[in-house]
Design a protein around this ligand. Structure first.
Ligand code: SAM
Length: 249
Protein backbone atom coordinates (compact mmCIF):
# COMPACT_ATOMS: atom_id res chain seq x y z
CA UNK A 1 0.00 0.00 0.00
CA UNK A 2 1.35 3.39 -0.91
CA UNK A 3 0.46 5.99 1.68
CA UNK A 4 2.60 8.70 0.08
CA UNK A 5 4.57 9.17 3.27
CA UNK A 6 8.06 8.61 1.81
CA UNK A 7 9.13 12.20 2.27
CA UNK A 8 8.16 12.75 5.86
CA UNK A 9 10.50 12.12 8.80
CA UNK A 10 10.44 8.64 10.34
CA UNK A 11 9.36 10.11 13.68
CA UNK A 12 6.10 11.44 12.19
CA UNK A 13 5.13 8.41 10.11
CA UNK A 14 3.35 6.41 12.76
CA UNK A 15 1.04 9.23 13.74
CA UNK A 16 0.34 10.19 10.11
CA UNK A 17 -0.55 6.58 9.27
CA UNK A 18 -2.73 6.36 12.36
CA UNK A 19 -4.45 9.57 11.29
CA UNK A 20 -5.36 8.08 7.91
CA UNK A 21 -6.80 4.95 9.49
CA UNK A 22 -8.63 6.92 12.13
CA UNK A 23 -10.40 8.89 9.44
CA UNK A 24 -11.22 5.75 7.41
CA UNK A 25 -12.73 4.10 10.47
CA UNK A 26 -14.47 7.24 11.60
CA UNK A 27 -16.13 7.83 8.24
CA UNK A 28 -17.17 4.24 7.96
CA UNK A 29 -18.74 4.25 11.43
CA UNK A 30 -20.40 7.52 10.56
CA UNK A 31 -21.95 5.98 7.42
CA UNK A 32 -23.47 3.09 9.35
CA UNK A 33 -24.68 5.47 12.03
CA UNK A 34 -26.15 7.89 9.51
CA UNK A 35 -28.00 5.20 7.57
CA UNK A 36 -29.41 3.45 10.59
CA UNK A 37 -29.59 6.34 13.11
CA UNK A 38 -27.16 4.33 15.24
CA UNK A 39 -29.41 1.30 15.32
CA UNK A 40 -26.89 -0.94 13.49
CA UNK A 41 -25.43 -1.69 16.92
CA UNK A 42 -28.78 -3.10 18.08
CA UNK A 43 -29.11 -5.11 14.86
CA UNK A 44 -25.64 -6.57 15.40
CA UNK A 45 -26.60 -7.62 18.93
CA UNK A 46 -29.79 -9.19 17.57
CA UNK A 47 -27.67 -11.06 15.02
CA UNK A 48 -25.60 -12.50 17.86
CA UNK A 49 -28.74 -13.50 19.78
CA UNK A 50 -29.93 -15.38 16.69
CA UNK A 51 -26.56 -17.06 16.06
CA UNK A 52 -26.08 -18.03 19.71
CA UNK A 53 -22.23 -18.30 19.56
CA UNK A 54 -20.80 -21.26 21.44
CA UNK A 55 -17.40 -21.87 23.09
CA UNK A 56 -14.83 -23.40 20.77
CA UNK A 57 -16.60 -22.32 17.57
CA UNK A 58 -14.63 -21.02 14.61
CA UNK A 59 -16.23 -17.93 13.13
CA UNK A 60 -15.45 -16.14 9.87
CA UNK A 61 -16.63 -12.55 9.47
CA UNK A 62 -16.47 -11.70 5.77
CA UNK A 63 -16.19 -8.00 4.88
CA UNK A 64 -15.57 -7.70 8.59
CA UNK A 65 -14.06 -4.21 8.38
CA UNK A 66 -12.91 -3.00 11.76
CA UNK A 67 -14.05 -6.18 13.53
CA UNK A 68 -17.23 -5.09 15.23
CA UNK A 69 -19.07 -8.37 14.67
CA UNK A 70 -16.08 -10.61 15.32
CA UNK A 71 -15.53 -9.10 18.77
CA UNK A 72 -19.21 -9.48 19.56
CA UNK A 73 -19.09 -13.13 18.50
CA UNK A 74 -16.16 -14.02 20.77
CA UNK A 75 -17.61 -12.10 23.72
CA UNK A 76 -21.01 -13.78 23.35
CA UNK A 77 -19.32 -17.22 23.26
CA UNK A 78 -17.29 -16.19 26.32
CA UNK A 79 -20.49 -15.41 28.23
CA UNK A 80 -21.60 -19.00 27.62
CA UNK A 81 -18.11 -20.29 28.50
CA UNK A 82 -18.23 -18.55 31.88
CA UNK A 83 -21.31 -20.58 32.76
CA UNK A 84 -20.57 -23.87 31.05
CA UNK A 85 -16.81 -23.94 30.39
CA UNK A 86 -15.14 -24.98 27.13
CA UNK A 87 -12.58 -23.52 24.76
CA UNK A 88 -12.62 -19.85 23.69
CA UNK A 89 -14.25 -19.14 20.35
CA UNK A 90 -12.08 -17.87 17.48
CA UNK A 91 -12.95 -15.26 14.88
CA UNK A 92 -11.24 -14.50 11.60
CA UNK A 93 -11.97 -11.13 10.03
CA UNK A 94 -11.59 -11.22 6.25
CA UNK A 95 -11.84 -7.97 4.30
CA UNK A 96 -10.76 -6.92 0.82
CA UNK A 97 -9.50 -3.60 2.14
CA UNK A 98 -6.29 -3.75 4.18
CA UNK A 99 -6.85 -0.22 5.48
CA UNK A 100 -10.16 -1.21 7.03
CA UNK A 101 -8.49 -4.19 8.71
CA UNK A 102 -5.69 -2.01 10.04
CA UNK A 103 -8.12 0.67 11.19
CA UNK A 104 -9.73 -1.95 13.41
CA UNK A 105 -6.53 -3.00 15.16
CA UNK A 106 -7.04 -1.79 18.69
CA UNK A 107 -4.89 -3.29 21.40
CA UNK A 108 -7.32 -2.63 24.22
CA UNK A 109 -10.45 -3.79 22.38
CA UNK A 110 -8.64 -6.89 21.03
CA UNK A 111 -6.99 -7.83 24.34
CA UNK A 112 -7.67 -11.41 25.32
CA UNK A 113 -9.73 -12.13 22.18
CA UNK A 114 -8.79 -14.94 19.82
CA UNK A 115 -9.02 -12.74 16.74
CA UNK A 116 -7.12 -12.74 13.46
CA UNK A 117 -7.30 -10.64 10.33
CA UNK A 118 -6.73 -11.57 6.73
CA UNK A 119 -7.04 -9.61 3.52
CA UNK A 120 -9.23 -11.44 1.00
CA UNK A 121 -12.15 -11.30 -1.39
CA UNK A 122 -15.57 -12.71 -0.47
CA UNK A 123 -15.72 -14.19 -3.98
CA UNK A 124 -12.50 -16.21 -3.55
CA UNK A 125 -12.06 -16.84 0.17
CA UNK A 126 -8.48 -17.75 1.15
CA UNK A 127 -9.54 -20.74 3.30
CA UNK A 128 -9.84 -24.49 2.77
CA UNK A 129 -13.24 -26.21 2.52
CA UNK A 130 -15.15 -26.83 5.75
CA UNK A 131 -13.05 -24.54 7.98
CA UNK A 132 -15.73 -22.68 9.98
CA UNK A 133 -18.79 -23.30 12.16
CA UNK A 134 -20.26 -19.87 11.45
CA UNK A 135 -19.90 -17.40 8.59
CA UNK A 136 -21.26 -13.86 8.89
CA UNK A 137 -21.25 -10.83 6.62
CA UNK A 138 -22.70 -7.53 7.84
CA UNK A 139 -23.35 -4.61 5.49
CA UNK A 140 -20.88 -6.17 3.05
CA UNK A 141 -22.73 -8.41 0.57
CA UNK A 142 -24.32 -5.35 -1.06
CA UNK A 143 -20.88 -4.27 -2.30
CA UNK A 144 -19.90 -7.67 -3.71
CA UNK A 145 -20.11 -7.87 -7.51
CA UNK A 146 -21.02 -11.56 -7.85
CA UNK A 147 -23.17 -12.29 -4.80
CA UNK A 148 -24.01 -15.84 -5.87
CA UNK A 149 -20.32 -16.66 -6.14
CA UNK A 150 -19.71 -15.22 -2.67
CA UNK A 151 -22.61 -17.23 -1.21
CA UNK A 152 -21.17 -20.40 -2.75
CA UNK A 153 -17.84 -19.54 -1.15
CA UNK A 154 -19.54 -19.12 2.25
CA UNK A 155 -21.10 -22.57 1.74
CA UNK A 156 -17.76 -24.11 0.76
CA UNK A 157 -15.84 -22.87 3.82
CA UNK A 158 -18.59 -23.87 6.28
CA UNK A 159 -18.42 -27.24 8.01
CA UNK A 160 -21.47 -29.48 7.62
CA UNK A 161 -23.94 -28.25 10.25
CA UNK A 162 -22.50 -24.74 9.97
CA UNK A 163 -24.63 -21.62 9.84
CA UNK A 164 -24.64 -18.44 7.78
CA UNK A 165 -25.92 -15.00 8.76
CA UNK A 166 -26.11 -12.10 6.32
CA UNK A 167 -27.04 -8.73 7.83
CA UNK A 168 -27.88 -6.06 5.29
CA UNK A 169 -30.00 -2.98 4.73
CA UNK A 170 -33.22 -4.14 3.14
CA UNK A 171 -36.69 -3.03 2.02
CA UNK A 172 -39.48 -2.36 4.52
CA UNK A 173 -42.49 -4.39 3.36
CA UNK A 174 -44.91 -1.80 4.81
CA UNK A 175 -45.69 0.86 2.24
CA UNK A 176 -45.72 3.94 4.52
CA UNK A 177 -42.43 2.96 6.18
CA UNK A 178 -40.83 2.26 2.80
CA UNK A 179 -41.91 5.71 1.55
CA UNK A 180 -40.72 7.43 4.70
CA UNK A 181 -37.38 5.62 4.64
CA UNK A 182 -36.88 6.38 0.92
CA UNK A 183 -37.50 10.08 1.41
CA UNK A 184 -35.34 10.18 4.52
CA UNK A 185 -32.49 8.40 2.74
CA UNK A 186 -32.40 10.55 -0.36
CA UNK A 187 -33.17 13.87 1.32
CA UNK A 188 -31.08 13.54 4.45
CA UNK A 189 -28.17 11.12 3.97
CA UNK A 190 -26.18 12.73 1.10
CA UNK A 191 -26.31 16.23 2.66
CA UNK A 192 -25.41 14.68 6.00
CA UNK A 193 -22.41 13.00 4.31
CA UNK A 194 -21.37 16.35 2.93
CA UNK A 195 -21.67 18.00 6.29
CA UNK A 196 -20.04 15.35 8.45
CA UNK A 197 -17.46 13.77 6.13
CA UNK A 198 -17.23 16.28 3.29
CA UNK A 199 -18.18 13.42 0.97
CA UNK A 200 -21.64 13.68 -0.59
CA UNK A 201 -20.96 11.20 -3.42
CA UNK A 202 -20.14 8.19 -1.23
CA UNK A 203 -23.30 8.71 0.76
CA UNK A 204 -25.39 9.12 -2.41
CA UNK A 205 -23.90 5.85 -3.68
CA UNK A 206 -24.73 4.20 -0.37
CA UNK A 207 -28.40 5.16 -0.58
CA UNK A 208 -28.65 4.04 -4.22
CA UNK A 209 -26.94 0.71 -3.55
CA UNK A 210 -29.41 0.00 -0.74
CA UNK A 211 -32.34 0.73 -3.03
CA UNK A 212 -30.92 -1.56 -5.76
CA UNK A 213 -30.29 -4.48 -3.37
CA UNK A 214 -32.70 -7.43 -3.87
CA UNK A 215 -35.76 -7.61 -1.65
CA UNK A 216 -35.83 -10.18 1.17
CA UNK A 217 -37.52 -13.00 -0.79
CA UNK A 218 -35.26 -12.50 -3.83
CA UNK A 219 -32.11 -12.58 -1.73
CA UNK A 220 -33.34 -15.65 0.18
CA UNK A 221 -33.66 -17.40 -3.18
CA UNK A 222 -29.99 -16.67 -3.93
CA UNK A 223 -29.01 -18.12 -0.54
CA UNK A 224 -30.98 -21.28 -1.32
CA UNK A 225 -29.48 -21.56 -4.78
CA UNK A 226 -26.01 -21.52 -3.20
CA UNK A 227 -26.91 -24.76 -1.42
CA UNK A 228 -28.15 -23.59 1.99
CA UNK A 229 -31.05 -25.25 3.81
CA UNK A 230 -33.63 -23.87 6.27
CA UNK A 231 -33.22 -20.47 4.65
CA UNK A 232 -35.15 -17.59 6.17
CA UNK A 233 -34.91 -14.02 7.32
CA UNK A 234 -35.86 -11.71 10.17
CA UNK A 235 -36.79 -8.11 9.42
CA UNK A 236 -35.19 -5.62 11.77
CA UNK A 237 -36.77 -2.20 12.42
CA UNK A 238 -39.64 -2.94 10.08
CA UNK A 239 -37.36 -4.24 7.30
CA UNK A 240 -34.91 -1.32 7.16
CA UNK A 241 -32.43 -4.13 7.69
CA UNK A 242 -32.84 -7.90 7.44
CA UNK A 243 -30.90 -10.83 8.80
CA UNK A 244 -30.82 -13.71 6.31
CA UNK A 245 -29.88 -17.10 7.70
CA UNK A 246 -29.21 -20.55 6.30
CA UNK A 247 -27.63 -23.86 7.28
CA UNK A 248 -25.21 -26.17 5.55
CA UNK A 249 -26.59 -29.64 6.27
N1 SAM B 1 -18.97 -5.75 8.48
C1 SAM B 1 -18.45 -4.53 9.02
C2 SAM B 1 -19.44 -3.91 9.97
O1 SAM B 1 -20.64 -4.11 9.80
O2 SAM B 1 -19.02 -3.25 10.90
C3 SAM B 1 -18.01 -3.57 7.89
C4 SAM B 1 -19.05 -3.15 6.90
S1 SAM B 1 -18.46 -1.96 5.71
C5 SAM B 1 -19.91 -1.04 5.39
C6 SAM B 1 -18.27 -2.90 4.23
C7 SAM B 1 -16.96 -3.68 4.14
O3 SAM B 1 -17.01 -4.58 3.05
C8 SAM B 1 -15.75 -2.80 3.92
O4 SAM B 1 -14.82 -3.00 4.95
C9 SAM B 1 -15.19 -3.28 2.57
O5 SAM B 1 -13.80 -3.21 2.48
C10 SAM B 1 -15.69 -4.71 2.53
N2 SAM B 1 -15.79 -5.35 1.21
C11 SAM B 1 -16.33 -4.82 0.09
N3 SAM B 1 -16.26 -5.71 -0.93
C12 SAM B 1 -15.67 -6.83 -0.43
C13 SAM B 1 -15.33 -8.10 -1.00
N4 SAM B 1 -15.56 -8.39 -2.27
N5 SAM B 1 -14.72 -9.01 -0.20
C14 SAM B 1 -14.46 -8.73 1.10
N6 SAM B 1 -14.76 -7.55 1.69
C15 SAM B 1 -15.37 -6.61 0.93
Amino acid sequence: IDFGFENIPESQKASRVRGVFDSVAKNYDLMNDAMSLGIHRVWKNMTMAKLNPQPGERHLDVAGGTGDLARRFIRAADDVRLRRGGEPAQSVICDINAEMLLAGVNASKDAGLNLSRICGDAQALPFPDESFDVVTIAFGIRNVTDRSLALREFYRVLKPGGRLAVLEFSTPPTQWLRKFYDSYSFAVIPPMGQLLANDRDSYQYLVESIRRFPKQAQFAKLVEEAGFSRVGWDDYSGGIAALHTGWKV
